[in-house]
Design a binder for this molecule. Structure first.
Ligand SMILES: C[S@@+](CC[C@H](N)C(=O)[O-])C[C@H]1O[C@@H](n2cnc3c(N)ncnc32)[C@H](O)[C@@H]1O
Length: 386
């Protein structure tokens, strides 16, 4: 390996073969010259024998799997050319599918499908997921039970705020329900988790927070997160029930957002402040729900029709009785005409206090005949088209 290649390898974490001859690989990703790869597949699809197709595909697979020298230059990286980055395991399984075909028609069908998935992009109205390469989106969760055992604490996500949510929640919601460059509104932004994630994914984010000190700290942390897509991240201090959202959006010449996220206090489980406008200070469940409804009413006009509203909420116990805050809040949202799209059950991280007292809580649960909370809800609603 010459010095130049060594440097590239060290600097970019890419495995680039000597003289950049074949393919370059980042972790599990192959970067190919798009035009050449399409040309190679087009050529394969004109062949008349199943064996000839398989032989060509075998060569392609060898080059990709073993970084073999690309004698014919099929996949050569052209520094000026258009490249495509594909997940290596998905691509290999697509090539295997062709190799395992029993008929020429099947083989050609798979070759053309692969070619089309590289030439074209097919996305829905609400996200950037390329449906022609859907297998590449392994990180996008589609099940309604989320067991997330590790909080993402990378970058500006410090997890310092008691009562924050894990970054994977806004991350998942934005991947599925927004496109790059769209707008996200979080009316209980707390420590800014949503806005940090917005920066990572190239979405503009507006957060509202009642507590000025918390808002200030959130702003500082958000600023620490890289902003490679140059998105807007604004934290506004105020009461989300009455704040003039229209005026905030006007500053950016927009009148709607494409995703609404709410992570309200789970009533009084954590008292966030002494401010009586703070939802965690609602006197009882009825008042909590009435206040909660006001948050939904104030934000709803600014969510684009056909777009999504995510509510993250947990239940609570009060005097030995399970209070299903999640379902009560869901009811409040449904009363306002939203469509229920999903109730995701997510495991609940143990709070620092409880972690050390696991045994004691288990004993208490056995004595008191109750269950220890281990889940919360990520409820998903859609604003109707009309
Ligand atoms: C559960 S926390 C949200 C945490 C946030 N998801 C995070 O990751 O940091 C709820 C937040 O709502 C705020 N809050 C309570 N009442 C509010 C109100 N009337 N308007 C705006 N924010 C409010 C609290 O100060 C608290 O920071």
């Amino acid at each position: 390996m010459n010095e130049r290649t060594k440097n590239i390898k060290n600097n970019t974490n890419q495995l680039i073969l000597e003289n950049l001859q074949v393919v370059s690989l980042t972790y599990g990703t192959v970067i190919l010259n798009k035009e050449k790869f399409i040309e190679a597949l087009s050529e394969v699809s004109t062949l008349n024998g199943l064996n000839s197709i398989k032989n060509r595909i075998f060569v392609l697979k060898e080059i990709i799997t073993n970084h073999k020298k690309d004698q014919e230059g099929i996949l050569n990286i052209d520094p000026n050319g258009d490249t495509i980055s594909l997940r290596k395991d998905v691509l290999i399984s697509e090539l295997n599918q062709i190799l395992e075909s029993q008929t020429i028609e099947r083989a050609k069908y798979y070759v053309n499908r692969l070619k089309e998935s590289i030439q074209k992009v097919k996305t829905s109205k609400v996200n950037d997921i390329n449906l022609l390469r859907w297998k590449e989106y392994g990180e996008v969760i589609t099940d309604s039970l989320w067991i997330l055992d590790k909080r993402d604490t990378s970058g500006a996500h410090l997890g310092w705020y008691w009562g924050n949510f894990i970054p994977q929640i806004p991350h998942q919601m934005m991947l599925r329900y927004t496109k790059k460059g769209e707008w996200v509104l979080d009316t209980f932004v707390g420590s800014g988790t949503t806005l940090i994630e917005c920066r990572r994914l190239g979405r503009n984010g507006i957060g509202i927070e009642l507590n000025p000190e918390v808002a200030q700290k959130a702003k500082e942390l958000i600023e620490k997160e890289q902003n490679k897509d140059n998105v807007i991240s604004e934290v506004v201090v105020g009461d989300s029930r009455v704040i003039d959202i229209k005026q905030i959006l006007n500053r950016y010449n927009i009148d709607k957002v494409q995703l609404l996220i709410m992570h309200p206090p789970y009533h009084d489980i954590i008292k966030f402040s002494r401010d009586e406008r703070d939802l965690s200070n609602a006197k009882n469940t009825e008042e909590f729900l009435k206040m909660f409804g006001a948050f939904v009413d104030n934000a709803t006009p600014y969510l684009e029709k056909g777009r999504y509203f995510t509510l993250v909420i947990g239940d609570k116990y009060s005097k030995g009785e399970w209070i299903p805050l999640g379902f009560y809040c869901m009811q409040e949202v449904l009363k306002r005409g939203y469509l229920l799209k999903s109730i995701i059950v997510k495991n609940f991280e143990e709070t620092r206090g409880k972690r050390n007292q696991k045994e004691l809580w288990r004993y208490r649960a056995l004595v008191g005949g109750f269950y220890i909370f281990k889940h919360e809800y990520v409820m998903l609603f859609k604003k109707r088209e009309r």
